[in-house]
Design a protein around this ligand. Sequence first.
Ligand SMILES: Cc1cc2nc3c(=O)[nH]c(=O)nc-3n(C[C@H](O)[C@H](O)[C@H](O)COP(=O)(O)OP(=O)(O)OC[C@H]3O[C@@H](n4cnc5c(N)ncnc54)[C@H](O)[C@@H]3O)c2cc1C
Length: 418
Amino acid sequence: MSTGNEAEAILIVGAGLAGVSAAESVRRAGFDGRVILAGDEPDAPYDRPPLSKSVLRNPEALSNLELRDPGFYAENGIEVKLASTAELIDRSSRRVHFSDGTTVLYKKLVLTTGSTLRILPILPPGMPSVFYLRRLSDALALREALPQTRRMMIVGAGVIGLEVAATARALGIAVTVLEAAATPMARAMCPNLCDFILRQHTDHGVHIRTNTTIVNVHRFGAGYRVTLSDGDTVDTDAIVVGIGVVPNIGLAEAAGLAVSANGIHVDEFGQTSDENVYAAGEVAFHYNHRVGHMDRQENWLHAAAHGEHVGRTLVAGGSGYNEICGYWSDQFDFSIQSFGTPKGDRDVVRGTVESGSFTIFHLVGDVVKGVSSINAARDMRTGKALVRDGARIPEAVLSDPTIDLGKWRQSALTSPAE
Ligand SMILES: Cc1cc2nc3c(=O)[nH]c(=O)nc-3n(C[C@H](O)[C@H](O)[C@H](O)COP(=O)(O)OP(=O)(O)OC[C@H]3O[C@@H](n4cnc5c(N)ncnc54)[C@H](O)[C@@H]3O)c2cc1C
């Protein structure tokens, strides 16, 4: 528990998933000095995935959002400092200055400042009936507008845009999705999955316009008249912009730490260019042993795992980060899961795409490097194990749903990948 000695404090800036995971793990690893978790949002640390799913549909979802029980922080001696923006890091005196006028002295500083939304200049946040989705307050504002919305335009067919599209359609709203690329979710998925998702949305009445961007927007009644790159105009009551995120590097950059557009540069232990400063989660451009190169991930599994790893190793040491990550998404009545590499040199389908329940193995060379699935939890479990093993299994076996992959996994373990 806390010694109260300020100079011995571990200060974590950014009270999202990576920050909470880091705070929990420094305690678990046996650190008994002060642990301070500081965040700029006013709410107790909460989970973001429900913001584009249950929170938009179900008011009860709000009661389940917090990342930890209210008693968790006091029980673990974690001081939580909310609504406090870290404005300046003075590395020479090891102090962080906050917007509320306070300063905190640290022994080790962990930056878990996450990402911020990429803004479409023609539709900046704050315009009436224009929504972005990152924070709880964003989700609540969008939810409040849904009952008055008959037509919605969504800019960006990524995970968040398509989850909002599915929810809006379920509420009977006419939805147009604009995507600059040739397919939806192209960045995160293999072509088979992109095609499946495009077809599902189209079948549910979502109008997805690929290779299309906005060239102009005019106020029109209570909504907007939008001119598209193909010359068409579309009238809409509300616009949701989901065009990705950029890492929150400003604080680190101003402190002279090594950063780039990829994030805050850290090694396999999350250590920055200053030995007393670490970074974890979505903001960290980190070294991952398993993939063998620098990487930045934007998913829940990574934020939890990396926060935990950095917190643990900065207190107790250990081996470098080597977690395999992935994501999930819920749209209409299907659940997408992906783990490891989301597309391979070859993508092998197990089951039939038409059935709406199938798995795709992503092979690099002859090694299973990733697995994705639609409504196929059981194969997904085995698939994750194959990815972790770096298994080599013949394509004919992977693609045959009558063959028990668990048994093949055992034999593959006798000849693991190099
Ligand atoms: C709507 C939505 C839906 C998602 N759905 C999924 C999903 O289905 N599956 C999946 O795998 N992933 C999903 N994700 C992604 C996942 O939630 C994120 O990858 C994860 O939350 C990142 O955690 P983090 O702690 O690294 O960053 P964040 O969650 O961004 O937390 C960083 C915190 O630091 C704060 N901060 C920033 N700068 C400062 C400062 N100077 N001082 C103090 N505080 C600061 C930020 O305000 C924020 O509270 C979703 C994300 C969103 C937004």
